[in-house]
Design a binder for this molecule. Sequence first.
Ligand code: AMP
Length: 137
Amino acid sequence: MASIFTRIVNREIPCYKVAEDDRFLAFLDINPLAQGHTLVIPKEEIDYIFEIPDNLLGDYFRFSKSVALAIEQVIPCQRIGIAVIGLEVPHAHIHLVPLQTIYDIDFKKPKLNLTTDEFQSIAGQIAEAYERICSKE
Ligand code: AMP
């Protein structure tokens, strides 16, 4: 059975998309630790991040970097933290989390409750920043 992220890739279920190319997709986490908390996935359904083939891994990280730089332009933060957990969804994903303090990437803390409008606004702003970054590369 397809993972929930494959179903997002296939447009069977919606997401708050922030960036996409032919191999990767980035969208907001629906249970965010912080505003702008984003997941970056390979479109190919690979369960464990360390199963990603070497010829994809570098581009996956480069894509994640561009998304992180876009988030930084939109969400006030000191840095973008990255985490890989993968215990809930068996489809590789990098969490990009804007950080003011180390507590912002504590997965045990209560998640934010954002409205649809807030999710859409944040995703739209990050998507615009991502496009600007890509147009300069
Ligand atoms: P983990 O596999 O432990 O890294 O956790 C999976 C993450 O995916 C959690 O932070 C969830 O909030 C997030 N998540 C699960 N389903 C969706 C979805 N449909 N859209 C966006 N994020 C999701």
